[in-house]
Write a new protein. Structure first.
Length: 141
């Protein structure tokens, strides 16, 4: 289980670092912010879409291991299931966070920034520590 925890931690940190790199590139003016500010119709559609995706991702990412089918798979297959479901959970939370970060800088719309921060606040609750990985593959619900 230790190797699974390390692999998941690498994914966790890599995607968080990707979001940080995006922030650094835009905040240091290496990349130009606001390049899509004039496209209001696209902004409206993407705002509505990302609100739904981000809220759904926060709920699903935090509750995924409580679903009966997922929990039973984690208890019965342990390490392979933990790698599979842990990776899915991290991608559910962190991919929309990176997309929201990019959209914030493209449109300079604070809604995307707030959505990214909301997903960032979910991340400590799914950090793949060894103890958490072991606890999530036991019979307790």
């Amino acid at each position: 289980m230790k190797s699974i925890s390390k692999k998941l931690t690498i994914v966790y940190m890599s995607l968080a670092a990707l979001a940080l790199v995006v922030i650094l590139l835009y905040e240091t003016d290496i990349l130009e912010a606001g390049v899509m500010e004039e496209q209001k119709q696209s902004e409206f559609i993407l705002t509505a879409l990302m609100e739904l995706v981000s809220l759904g991702a926060a709920f699903l990412g935090l509750r995924l291991f409580k679903f009966k089918a997922v929990h039973n798979d984690l208890v019965s297959r342990q390490e392979p299931a933990m790698l599979k479901w842990g990776l899915i959970r991290l991608l559910i939370l962190e991919v929309p966070m990176v997309v929201d970060t990019l959209l914030y800088y493209w449109f300079m719309n604070t809604t995307f920034g707030y959505l990214a921060v909301m997903l960032l606040l979910c991340l400590p609750f799914v950090f793949p520590s060894l103890n958490r990985c072991l606890a999530e593959t036991t019979e307790e619900t």
